[in-house]
Write a protein that binds this ligand. Structure first.
Ligand code: GLN
Length: 279
């Protein structure tokens, strides 16, 4: 069967753009090569493998897990069902950390709940002067982050840690996290790709804010004077998170909209000196 005919058959079951991605992954070719070789014949092995990936995709498995890769901030990250699939809106979080850290001579940055490592590895590559640490409670996630860090040539220190628990007394110029923030009863958890992603990376208590509360319980002590905490959160959590940041003692609260116009990242700064303000 030709490439064109195989794609034509696949589009009865899944969107053709996804079928192209799966076939490129399987043949190890680019979309441009595929277009230019539409009449080329697939052998029986190639066809069987392609049809199997189409069947799995049609049954709901995420394309990123079937290909084992997802692009983030212009680089390909390995992914597996042990880690959340990198989302485009998380690039906003990266951009904001870059703005905070770019003028520091040697910024110390900590990424909590690093998963695939997409945030930490991107930061390390974009800020060669930075010292980037990344924590995750999941050893399986850290193995993926480690592979991504090595393959992309980043220098990231990986720590197996439940939020700050194994981080010691260290302080950072920027602490960043894309924690789980979906409320337990959110119907989205039972839909689409989310069904296949690690639930611990998505869901966080009745209001979705448990992980953010846990991070904020110890964020202040892990920030340098003037250091920033930046958090991704859900579409309707901006005012709750702003309140929690203030209760955690952080100032200069900032909130930022993603490309869809949703307030997606909130941050706050530890005050510049430890002096108790005069009354
Ligand atoms: N933005 C993701 C979603 O709702 C959730 C990611 C997260 O919990 N950090 O699909």
């Amino acid at each position: 069967m030709s490439i064109a005919a195989a794609l034509q058959a696949a589009r009865q079951l899944i969107p053709v753009a996804e079928a192209r991605l799966l076939l490129c992954h399987q043949l190890g070719c680019t979309p441009a090569w595929l277009e230019a070789h539409r009449d080329e014949l697939l052998n029986a092995t190639q066809l069987a493998a392609f049809e199997s990936s189409i069947t799995r995709r049609a049954a709901g498995e995420p394309v990123a897990y079937l290909c084992g890769v997802r692009e983030f901030y212009g680089r390909d990250f390995s992914v597996s069902p042990a880690v959340l699939i990198p989302r485009p809106e998380t690039e906003l979080l990266v951009e904001l950390v870059l703005k905070k850290a770019k003028d520091l001579a040697q910024p110390c940055i900590l990424d909590l709940g690093t998963g695939s490592g997409c945030i930490a590895v991107t930061l390390a590559l974009e800020l060669p002067q930075a010292q980037v640490s990344a924590a995750d409670v999941s050893a399986a996630a850290l193995a993926i982050a480690s592979e991504n860090s090595r393959r992309l040539g980043a220098s990231v220190r990986l720590v197996e840690s439940d939020w700050f628990s194994a981080v010691g007394a260290e302080q950072f110029d920027v602490v960043v996290a894309n924690p789980p923030y979906v409320p337990a009863n959110d119907p989205h958890l039972a839909q689409g790709d989310l069904r296949h992603e690690p639930i611990n990376a998505l869901q966080s208590g009745a209001d979705g804010l448990d992980a953010i509360r846990q991070i904020l319980a110890h964020a202040y002590e892990h920030l340098c004077a003037g250091g920033w905490l930046l958090l991704e959160h859900g579409y309707d959590q901006a005012s709750s998170v702003a309140g929690l940041l203030a209760v955690a003692g952080l100032e200069a609260i900032e909130q930022h909209r993603d490309l869809a116009g949703i307030v997606r990242v909130s941050g706050g700064r530890k005050r510049l000196t430890d002096a108790v303000p005069a009354r």
